[in-house]
Design a protein around this ligand. Sequence first.
Ligand code: F6P
Length: 365
Amino acid sequence: MSRNSKVKRIGILTGGGDCPGLNAVIRGVTKPAQDYGMSVLGIIDGFEGLVEGRARELKNDDVSGILGRGGTILGSSNKGDPFHWPESKDGKIEIVNRANSALKNYQAWNLDALIAIGGDGTMHICNKLGQLGMNMIGVPKTIDNDLEATDLTFGHDSAVYVVAEALDRLHTTASSHHRVIVMEVMGRYAGWIALNGGLAGGADIILIPEIPFSWEKVYDKILKRELQGKKFSLVCVAEGAKPKDGEMVIKGTDIKRHDPTQLGGIGELVAKRIEENTGRETRVTVLGHLQRGGSPTPFDRILSTKFGTFAIDLAARHKFGRMVALKGDLIKNVKIEDAISHQKLVQPNNQNVIAAKAVGISFGE
Ligand code: F6P
């Protein structure tokens, strides 16, 4: 479309793994649409719906009462990358490029812009669809908080809340039974959930991918705590954490996904090694998708609402190829390509790492 023409119709989709706050963004885009003189088309199941032509109109009534609802009313998928589309042929999966179908549907629906809510996989796709001529606007979501160019993604705070609450619960039972309890959390290659959840929930040991750990240091911490009269320990381990002399633990691979690697299993390994090497009774809890389900926290509801309302305003101002981003206290916009230049990982001198160490939390270094 020409830069001077008015944006009258926008599409919206939620891509990748879900997280709390998606509905609040959809509401934040749809409610103000009328004031901008725009109509909103909700695309079903993320990019899958864009390729397959599945969508429905979104009106005020459709988004009423969804602010605190988890998941996404539009559905999502992490297997619908138009540039990496899994097609079944003779009982086999073949990866093909269906970007043309995505573009055709965008044109057939008369969209002037498309707001895509997602993590790094979604932003990579947005960038490529933008190069095909689609007017893309990104909204950064993921519990992992690993997207560059925004201080935070929405969904992270809600996941951290779940982790902290789980650690509080594990604290009482670990202490009653004088046990070590290892809790594995999500986060892919970034340790943000383990770091922030572990700090908020008072873990004794936090293991993250960015700080490869020494087995000996982990055992030492548990035994030292015992000498101080603490006969239990809580270990919060990120699914991507790895020992200095080892690799990340991979649960499986799925070629249909943007990132085929599925992490998982480090919690079991850490628990087994602790029990074998310290002789202390050890249990493991894998928090899994509990971190992604349920209601967003008030912080995430507010952030998502601001992201959504800002995204529709960007569309009205023809700011395409941009992603909304939190910078300090303000919502700004950045180039989508800046958000995907590299993954945002925990730096060893991060203030939360420093604070955690100051209160005696070990990173197994
Ligand atoms: O990116 C979000 C996330 O929850 C990661 O933390 C985790 O590794 C992955 O998605 C799990 O994906 P799935 O829901 O497909 O098992």
